[in-house]
Ligand binder design. Structure first.
Ligand SMILES: NC(=O)c1ccc[n+]([C@@H]2O[C@H](COP(=O)([O-])OP(=O)(O)OC[C@H]3O[C@@H](n4cnc5c(N)ncnc54)[C@H](O)[C@@H]3O)[C@@H](O)[C@H]2O)c1
Length: 443
């Protein structure tokens, strides 16, 4: 669905007209093209104190970037892990106050902090928690230039598991991920070193539900681009579309309705026949049946619960029970900002998408014993058939309600999922990453 406001606002004449009447001009976002390994140029890193983790990052050759004197920066990284008191936030203020003007359009800001729950004293926990407010406010200030700002919480000892977050947040793959916090869990040193960042998923098998169109088709394409063998799944009614989408990426197809009572076992045995097991599962299939609660039928309630939650639970438990998920596996669920903030006419959908958040929260610890991570992404307004059916005015405001003043694209969600799926993201579990351009809903 074309966003006419965006297209016109980005044209030469449109820019003039919009400025004249004081309308916000949505920035033209830069997105990654084909390779997944490219970082923005001219990244400048600084830390609050010399003992902190930035020095470790310097080992990563391609993260070493610009010097302070550069005329412009593509990315700014500030290591705030050493900040323990409010007085010490002077260095944070000074860093961004001095350098933000030199950050290019669509530049990348990453702040590194210590997980407040792992801080040694309350002053430190308080100031480290403060970084969330700082990051989100900064993200809102710079959003009109297409710049994103995100925070990564580490534990005290840094390990290489931070690399995947930095590589993602400092590349154009994270074009629509803004004002987010990625929390690294305690490292269990199971992170596999990725030597080939062009194809980090080489040798992996991924199951993607709802893969025939929209966000699911894009997830399948991006995972295949990154080297994975993809098994796409969708309802039998769209078998032709699914086969077409899978043949384009040399993938396999399973046609089944995930709400079917036999579906989980069918999927398990199809996987056994096709590849034996999988490394990545993306629970993307989802539906809406919007109605104000007083007018909602029981069937509309149950349909949404069955597709969005119950089938996800059933598939996970069948695949875990039958040992179809390899060690080091990745389960990634697709939630929604509606599950965070709630939305008018979506009691069923919001309940289902919030349940998915509860699922990843509760399953992260038990799955970690098997070296499996479980995370969720929460898309905001993404341009798909689903949002194309929203009434015009609601759609207009839906697009504008974020710091980047536009809807995201399916590829923005897909890139975030691919990042969570890499072996190097072993240190990320139980995280909910919003792909919403910092939408004001639930922010
Ligand atoms: N588009 C957005 O703005 C947005 C925002 C937040 C969350 N999401 C979530 O992202 C996911 C993908 O959304 P989309 O916009 O691409 O939707 P879409 O309607 O374009 O695609 C959904 C896919 O899931 C499949 N599917 C539905 N029910 C199924 C079932 N019972 N069995 C197997 N497959 C089934 C559909 O056939 C379709 O291919 C959904 O979970 C949705 O809730 C989307």
């Amino acid at each position: 669905m074309v966003d006419n406001y965006l297209t016109y606002g980005q044209s030469k004449i449109g820019k003039k007209v919009f400025s004249l009447v004081g309308l916000p001009i949505p920035p033209r976002l830069k997105r990654a093209t084909k390779s997944c390994d490219k970082l923005v140029d001219n990244i400048y890193l600084e830390s609050h104190d010399s003992t902190s983790i930035v020095s470790h990052l310097l080992d990563e050759d391609d993260l070493v970037g610009a010097t302070k004197e550069a005329s412009h920066f593509g990315g700014l990284v500030f290591d705030a892990t050493g900040i323990e008191t409010i007085a010490e936030t002077q260095s944070l203020y000074q860093f961004f106050h001095s350098h933000i003007k030199k950050l290019e359009n669509c530049g990348k800001i990453v702040i590194i902090g210590v997980n407040p729950k792992r801080c040694e004293h309350s002053q430190q926990a308080s100031v480290q928690r403060g970084l969330v407010g700082f990051t989100k406010a900064l993200a809102k200030e710079v959003g009109r230039k297409g710049i994103t700002a995100n925070l990564v919480y580490t534990n005290h000892e840094l390990d290489k598991t931070i690399s995947s977050s930095l590589r993602f947040l400092l590349s154009y793959r994270s074009a629509y991920v803004n004002g987010q916090v990625i929390t690294l869990t305690a490292s269990n040193n199971q992170a596999t070193q990725v030597t080939n960042w062009h194809k980090p998923l080489a040798g992996k098998v991924a199951l993607v539900t709802g893969a025939s169109r929209g966000i699911g088709a894009s997830i399948a394409q991006v995972l295949a681009r990154d080297g994975a063998k993809v098994i796409g799944l969708d309802i039998p009614q769209v078998k032709t579309e699914l086969l077409r989408a899978m043949s384009a990426i040399n993938g396999e197809a399973i046609s089944v309705d995930i709400t079917d009572s036999a579906a989980a076992n069918i999927i398990s045995s199809e996987i056994e026949k096709l590849t034996g097991s999988v490394d990545i599962i993306v629970h993307n299939a989802g539906i809406t049946r919007d109605k104000m609660l007083k007018k909602m039928s029981e069937s509309q309630w149950h349909q949404v619960m069955n597709v969005n939650v119950t089938s996800v639970e059933n598939i996970n438990s069948a695949l875990l029970k039958n040992q179809r998920i390899n060690a080091g596996g990745r389960i990634i669920c697709v939630s929604s900002i509606s599950g965070i903030a709630g939305n008018l006419g979506q009691t069923n959908y919001a309940m289902s998408k919030a349940s998915v958040i509860g699922m990843i929260d509760s399953m992260a610890a038990p799955l970690s014993a098997k070296g499996i991570t479980i995370n969720a992404v929460a898309p905001g307004f993404i341009e798909t058939k689903m949002t194309g059916s929203i009434p015009v005015l609601t759609r207009f405001f839906g697009r504008r309600m974020c710091a980047l003043s536009q809807g995201g694209l399916p590829i923005d969600v897909a890139e975030t999922i691919a990042f969570l799926a890499t072996p190097q993201s072993q240190g990320i579990s139980g995280n909910l990453v919003r792909v919403c351009g910092l939408n004001i809903m639930g922010a």
